[in-house]
Design a binder for this molecule. Structure first.
Ligand SMILES: CC(C)(COP(=O)(O)OP(=O)(O)OC[C@H]1O[C@@H](n2cnc3c(N)ncnc32)[C@H](O)[C@@H]1OP(=O)(O)O)[C@@H](O)C(=O)NCCC(=O)NCCS
Length: 169
């Protein structure tokens, strides 16, 4: 039986589709094309698109980063930190028609395997838009820390930093 969807590594040619999905999924907090293009350039192996037939219906952007220091939204990173201590899931977004199909869970499992293979002890992310229950199902928990308030400002009300530990620390 043919799979309903397939995740593959993203390429620069996918940028238009990624932007279009972002503008639907994150209409209130869109990021510039240059910001998304930089993520793809800095860490191609952490960037994926969801392919269904001829369409791209979702994306995930991620890269090595520093725990408890989520980068501000819509700003270029400049470079990846040489002493990265976590894998950072910058964004996962699917077109509304594709939600609830298990595609989100599938790519989080794939990313968990990648981050583990790369030797990182945790995956970090900022949950937005009421997605916290989804992340809890993916074994992420909210982490609170005084330094996070300022870091989360650009993500809007309700944003929370969450981590999934990959090894016991
Ligand atoms: C969040 C998102 C990626 C989830 O992807 P998905 O493919 O729909 O998730 P799955 O089908 O793998 O769902 C896994 C489980 O989480 C639940 N779930 C998914 N999104 C949820 C949400 N927003 N609130 C509560 N539960 C949710 C599903 O019902 C399912 O539950 P089950 O295991 O009991 O059946 C998708 O809804 C999305 O793109 N949302 C808009 C963008 C967004 O908010 N991204 C997160 C940015 S931090």
């Amino acid at each position: 039986m043919q799979a309903k969807f397939q995740w593959r590594q993203a390429t620069p040619d996918d940028l238009g589709a990624i932007l279009a999905i972002q503008n639907i999924a994150h209409a209130d907090f869109p990021e510039d094309e240059a910001v998304l293009a930089e993520r793809l350039r800095l860490c191609p192996k952490g960037c994926f698109v969801l392919v269904k037939g001829d369409e791209i219906d979702g994306y995930l952007l991620s890269h090595p980063w520093t725990r408890l220091r989520p980068p501000p939204l819509n700003r270029p990173l400049g470079a990846l930190p040489p002493e990265a201590d976590c894998w950072y899931l910058h964004d996962l977004a699917l077109l509304p028609k594709t939600r609830g199909s298990g595609a989100g869970t599938a790519i989080v499992s794939q990313l968990t395997a990648l981050a583990t293979e790369e030797g990182f002890p945790a995956i970090g992310l900022v949950s937005v838009g009421g997605s916290r229950p989804f992340w809890r199902k993916q074994h992420f928990t909210v982490v609170t820390d005084p330094m996070l308030a300022e870091k989360l400002e650009s993500y809007g009300a309700g944003a929370a930093y969450m981590e999934r530990k990959l090894i016991d620390t």
